[in-house]
Design a protein. Structure first.
Length: 252
């Protein structure tokens, strides 16, 4: 992590016990030079993370911006999705005895916020908090496919596609076609794109507004794959994703 970013985070931490602080307060609290504090405060203000409160020409203070409230609500919402989804994920895990996971978008990556392992001797290991690029794997690809058009195009224009396995899509046009297919059929399949010898199947979890807030995925060893098994997994995962979505208020 860059030193400037770490310093900016430390500066925000200065507001834990105080609602407003002057530039002098921040210099004293952080032990950074005044020039450094001024530069960081200016950047944080531009980003909406700090707001300047000018009481007079000699009394200028700063407080945390509403952008942090927005970001905090997103984190809170993700925790709520996880809490609501977990009982349904347990039922799916028990029925299929396969790895069941839930992923959400964080920045330009998918992050796994919940998972339940299978009891099989050979199984994929995914850690809660683990991250994946949005172009590899069933859950990440599904999240990318359901992203709003403007954000998805911005992501695709700025991403460098790198091979994680021999099956990872590294051609932009091919990836765009794959995302269109996912959106049309309503689910995503991955064959050893992120992890070798693993297949993944994912469906969207939607909220009250019809927005895709998470991906519900099931992963299996490729040696256990059959067309009949795929159909069972897709059907059970679809039903579970729909149950979770209804619990979140989705009525589509």
């Amino acid at each position: 992590m860059s030193q400037s970013l770490l310093k900016a985070i430390k500066l925000l931490d200065c507001f834990k016990d105080k609602s407003e602080m002057t530039l002098y307060d921040l210099v004293e609290e952080s032990n950074y030079p005044k020039t450094t504090v001024f530069r960081l405060v200016t950047s944080l203000e531009e980003a909406g993370l700090l707001v300047k409160v000018k009481r007079s020409s000699h009394d200028v203070r700063y407080r945390l911006g509403l952008k942090l409230l927005e970001l905090g609500k997103r984190v809170s919402d993700q925790l709520e999705y996880r809490k609501i989804a977990l009982p349904y994920m347990r039922k799916l895990n028990s029925k299929l005895n396969e790895l069941v996971q839930m992923a959400v978008i964080e920045g330009d990556e998918a992050i796994y916020v919940e998972k339940l392992d299978s009891t099989k001797p050979v199984r994929l290991v995914i850690h809660v908090g683990g991250r994946s690029p949005l172009y590899a794997g069933s859950a990440p690809k599904l999240l990318l496919a359901y992203m709003n058009d403007e954000d998805r195009e911005d992501y695709l224009q700025n991403i460098t596609l790198e091979k994680m396995t021999e099956n990872t899509i590294d051609n932009l046009e091919q990836l765009k076609q794959e995302l269109d297919v996912i959106k049309q059929r309503g689910y995503s399949i991955s064959k050893a794109e992120h992890y070798r010898d693993t297949m993944g199947f994912s469906y969207p979890i939607k909220d009250f507004y019809g927005e895709t807030v998470a991906a519900l995925g099931v992963s299996i060893p490729i040696t256990d794959y059959s067309k009949a098994r795929e159909e069972i997994i897709l059907e059970e995962t679809r039903k579970t994703a729909e149950e979770i979505s209804r619990e979140l208020g989705y009525r589509g």
